[in-house]
Each structure stands twice: as structure tokens, then as C-alpha cells.
Design a protein around this ligand. Structure first.
Ligand code: ZN
Ligand code: ZN
Length: 327
């Protein structure tokens, strides 16, 4: 197999050959068909997540076809198309797993961070944490659903039932969540980098009620806001944008520091929450409604060997929607 490998933090990925590995008990090996590029991959490369591990193959939005099964795999078969997400494994025994909050597991394994991911021609995954994808939809358009879509789905649930939803940072996750929110009958308000007319036009094309810069206030108070941009200074303006009792949900794993702010913008039972990882149930629930919603992902295709370019373009905001690597 070949892969784009992070040999040292904060250095470009290197195209290297690695020996093929046989799947162990409860594992599958897939031929990678597509792998989405997530902002968290930038955080992996930059070494800003706790306990980074190198060398590592990044990538946790994997669409693959099973080519080998390890012992004890019963729910999947050779030739089946599957999705492999960020949550790669949990211990199943810690207090969080036992309270059905496996997203908070004390001993998790994360795809593309603590186990090798999908910036490769092949990948090994735990069968119990992989999702059957069926044959509807192209590999390229499905890939972003496996993190951007899933985290967006979980963030939307945590944001609550409100009708007026703010989305700060209109990239891979927000453009999917916007479609889910519309399908649920909600209105969304898209906040972009100030002056980013391109992204604002994109948000309007998906049915935004209002678009503006993150330095602007919406025309009416919001019920909730989800912050996808990894920018802590967005929290105070988002708090100001939500109504009494409103929620501000931080969807990223890493965010820059939050500046201090006057208590009065949190007062009146406004809440700030974070979303961590996903549960397998999130994945099953989300993938079940995807066909009903008819989600259309906007993707930009890169060859696997162009992974460094894809990461640079993501960092610079040079495309709308999501980047996807194709081996
Ligand atoms: Zn656990
Ligand atoms: Zn991700």
C-alpha cells in the first residue's frame, strides 16, 4: 500500500510505501475509494491536539470497499462499501461507555490520529465502528458525511429545537448541516469571514435566510448558534446573537483561546457547549436520514498525492464545501 504519511509534526506529508497488513480480530481492511479532508487533519498536522502520535496517516472520512476480514467479523462482508469515521474504537467498559456516551470514552482510538487513517490506498478499521454505506451516491460525495456531516448532525441535536439557527464558518460541516436544518423546517443564518462574498453566495444558494460577516449581528435574535470555525473570539459575538436561553455550540475539537467577555452576554440562561466526537448511534441515525434529505455535498477533488495541496487550500479557504482525496 501507499500513503501520505505525517512523519513529523508541522512538516509536509510524505508519499511512502508501507507493507500491506492483514486485519486482526474484529478488523477489516478496505481499499480506500475516497477520503475527505477535515479541518481536524490540519490540527493533527499542526500538533495542536493533545498527545499527538507520529508517524501517522491522517484521514477520518474514509469511504472504502472491504477486501479482507479479520476473525470474528460477522456484520460486514467482502466487497461491501463502508464508511470509517473519526471514532475508531472505544473500550466499552469505562463509565462513559456504560452510560451510552462512548463519544467521551476514557480510552478511545481515533482514526487518522491515534490509528492510521485514510490518506492511503488501503486502511484497517474496527468492523464494529464502521458503517455500511450501500451503493447509492458516489464515493466522493459521501466522504464528507463521515465527519463534517456526522459532527454537524450531533451539533444540531445539541443546539436544541430552535427554529432560527446561526452557523459560524460556512465550510464542509455547515453546508451539510444547513441542508439538514432546512429539511427539518428551520431557518439558518450563515456567518462567514467578513467580506467573503463567495461563501455568502454559496450559503444563499443553499437557502440561507440571511448571510453576513462574523462581525455582523443577525437581523433578529437566534435560538442557537453553532460555531464550526476554530476561532475562540467568535464565542462572544455568537452569545450576543442568541436570544435569552439560547445556546452556542462549539463543534470543533480545537479552538483558539476565548477572549474574556462581560457576564451580561451569558446571563439569562444562555449556554456555551462543546461537541466531542460521535457515537455509533449518531452515525446510524444520520446515515439513515441522508437519503430522505437528499443531501448534496459540494466537493473539490484532489489526487491522494496532492494531500498537502488540499490541506493548504483548506487552511487558506480556497474552496467551498469539502476537499476529497481520491487514490
Ligand atoms: Zn469507554
Ligand atoms: Zn473531522
Amino acid at each position: 500500500m501507499h500513503a501520505m504519511i505525517l512523519q513529523e509534526l508541522r512538516t509536509p506529508l510524505q508519499w511512502l510505501e508501507r507493507p500491506d497488513r492483514e486485519p486482526g480480530p474484529h478488523e477489516i481492511r478496505v481499499k480506500v475509494l475516497a477520503c475527505g479532508v477535515c479541518r481536524t487533519d490540519l490540527h493533527v498536522v499542526d500538533g495542536v491536539l493533545p498527545d499527538p502520535r507520529v508517524p501517522i496517516i491522517p484521514g477520518h472520512e474514509i469511504v472504502g470497499r472491504i477486501e479482507a476480514l479479520g476473525a470474528g467479523v460477522e456484520n460486514l462482508r467482502i466487497g461491501e462499501r463502508v464508511g470509517i469515521p473519526w471514532l475508531g474504537h472505544t473500550d466499552g467498559t469505562c463509565a462513559y461507555c456504560l452510560m451510552h456516551r462512548e463519544n467521551l470514552c476514557d480510552h478511545p482510538v481515533f482514526t487518522g490520529f491515534t490509528r492510521d487513517g485514510g490518506y492511503a490506498t488501503a486502511a484497517i478499521a474496527d468492523a464494529r465502528f464502521s458503517f455500511p454505506l450501500g451503493e447509492t451516491g458516489t464515493d466522493q460525495e459521501l466522504a464528507p458525511l463521515l465527519c463534517a456531516g456526522l459532527i454537524g448532525w450531533r451539533s444540531l441535536a445539541i443546539a436544541g429545537e430552535g427554529n432560527k439557527l446561526g452557523l459560524y464558518g460556512f465550510g464542509a460541516a455547515a453546508h451539510i448541516v444547513a441542508q439538514v436544518a432546512k429539511w427539518q423546517g428551520r431557518h439558518f443564518y450563515a456567518f462567514t469571514r467578513p467580506g467573503d462574498a463567495h461563501t455568502q453566495t454559496f450559503a444563499l444558494s443553499l437557502g440561507a435566510t440571511w448571510v453576513g460577516g462574523s462581525d455582523e449581528m443577525p437581523p433578529e435574535p437566534l435560538d442557537a448558534a453553532i460555531i464550526f470555525a476554530p476561532i475562540g473570539p467568535l464565542i462572544p459575538p455568537a452569545l450576543k446573537a442568541v436570544r435569552k436561553g439560547g445556546r452556542v455550540v462549539c463543534a470543533g475539537i480545537h479552538m483558539s483561546d476565548i477572549p474574556s467577555f462581560p457576564y451580561e452576554i451569558l446571563w439569562e440562561e444562555r449556554q456555551i457547549l462543546s461537541v466531542a466526537n460521535l457515537t455509533r448511534q449518531d452515525g446510524l441515525d444520520f446515515l439513515q436520514v441522508v437519503p430522505q434529505i437528499g443531501i448534496k455535498t459540494r466537493t473539490t477533488r484532489y489526487a491522494l498525492q496532492q494531500a498537502n495541496q488540499a490541506l493548504a487550500d483548506l487552511r487558506a479557504g480556497r474552496f467551498e464545501g469539502a476537499a476529497v482525496l481520491i487514490p
